[in-house]
Ligand binder design. Structure first.
Ligand SMILES: [Zn+2]
Length: 360
């Protein structure tokens, strides 16, 4: 056996053992919450942020690019060799095996460095909230609350002529929101900032992402090519992923808590707008007349922003975004988010439960 082959077997065996460990521990939510999500992971993530946060560009995006190019390169090599009649099957299949090893390594790294947070107990356990079914009256109450707060923030911002947020202010306000939030919920502590614009912003508009967490480097990425009024809330959502809330509805909820704990009105506006869109959408599904009524009560400035947002979505809708939506939906469903992409909207349930418990 050649030396190279021996190394390959050793790598595959080690990665497979790790993959098996991930598979078995992911079933024990209690263990994950206690030993991973609130013990090992926060230390690991803050260390990554400390090491990579100061780089002016996203190292994680570069790693993503290298991995993608390497896998595509190996697949390309395999296709070319398929047409080489003189090549043995072993030689033909070697690039596929290499691509498989790279993907297995990414899988293991991804779950060990962040993805196991999908299997934690999370908000329900920490805040004693239950994201259960809610009555229509509760949903109407939530819509009323969000609409009032939203209109109020818009009025204040327009009066101050404060409608655009610079990147620096956005990241600072988000950090301030988390510092305030930590006073109430110490486990939502965020240390060592690592927030960066995504290198794939314009492409991202067509793929359909507003931000993402980079588990390789702990960086929080914000797509700064989306409408400005969406970005502050997206920043808080990505920070929630950074501190270990992998579930999208929980990241939405924690992001909302942080944004509304910030003293920056524009940051608050951004989060109320996002939450209203979810709650309003839920209401539309059960009572379209009531939802229409809420639409007429929106501040003219909010209506303008919603129009901008709709135009942005329409302008970037392509067959690529339909495909990536389909794949992302599948990915989420495989990671304990039953409703796939629609699980983002489950934040409504958290908001109703939170308002009930804390009389907000
Ligand atoms: Zn997210």
């Amino acid at each position: 056996m050649t030396y190279g082959r021996l190394i390959r077997i050793a790598i595959i065996s080690t990665l497979s053992i790790f993959a098996l460990v991930i598979f078995f521990i992911s079933g024990n939510h209690e263990w994950i919450e206690k030993n991973y999500a609130t013990a090992f992971y926060p230390k690991l993530a803050s260390t990554l942020r400390l090491i990579f946060g100061w780089f002016p560009f996203s190292l994680g995006d570069i790693i993503y690019s290298i991995v993608t190019i390497s896998v595509l390169w190996q697949i390309g090599k395999f296709v070319v060799r398929l047409f080489h009649k003189t090549d043995s099957w072993r030689k033909k299949l070697t690039p596929l095996l290499t691509a498989g090893i790279i993907l297995l390594a990414v899988y293991v790294y991804f779950y060990l460095f962040w993805g196991l947070n999908y299997y934690r107990k999370g908000i329900e356990h920490q805040l004693g909230l239950k994201n259960a079914k809610f009555a229509k009256e509760q949903l109407i109450g939530l819509n009323m609350f969000l609409l009032t707060e939203l209109n109020n923030r818009k009025e204040i911002c327009l009066k101050k002529k404060d409608t655009i947020m610079s990147r620096e202010r956005m990241f600072q306000s988000a950090r301030d929101g988390y510092s305030q939030l930590e006073q109430q919920f110490p486990y939502m502590r965020y240390r060592y900032s690592s927030l960066k614009p995504s290198m794939f912003g314009r492409v991202g508009n067509y793929i359909g992402f507003q931000g993402y967490y980079n588990p390789f480097t702990g960086e929080g990425q914000v797509n700064t090519a989306i409408p400005n009024f969406l970005q502050p809330y997206v920043t808080c959502h990505e920070m929630a992923h950074q501190i270990g809330y992998a579930s999208e509805s929980e990241a939405n909820f924690v992001g909302f808590l942080a944004a509304t704990h910030s003293s920056d009105t524009l940051m608050q506006y951004s989060s109320y707008l996002d939450m209203f869109m979810y709650a309003w959408g839920n209401l539309r599904a059960v009572d379209s007349t009531a939802a229409k009524e809420f639409g007429t009560k929106l501040h003219e400035g909010v209506k303008r922003d919603l129009k901008t947002y709709r135009k942005y979505v329409e302008d970037h809708r392509t067959f690529v975004s339909d495909w990536t939506d389909f794949l992302y939906d599948y990915y989420l469903k495989q990671n304990r988010q039953r409703k796939g992409i629609e699980s983002y909207g489950e934040v409504t349930g958290w908001l109703i439960a939170y308002r009930k418990k804390y009389n907000k």
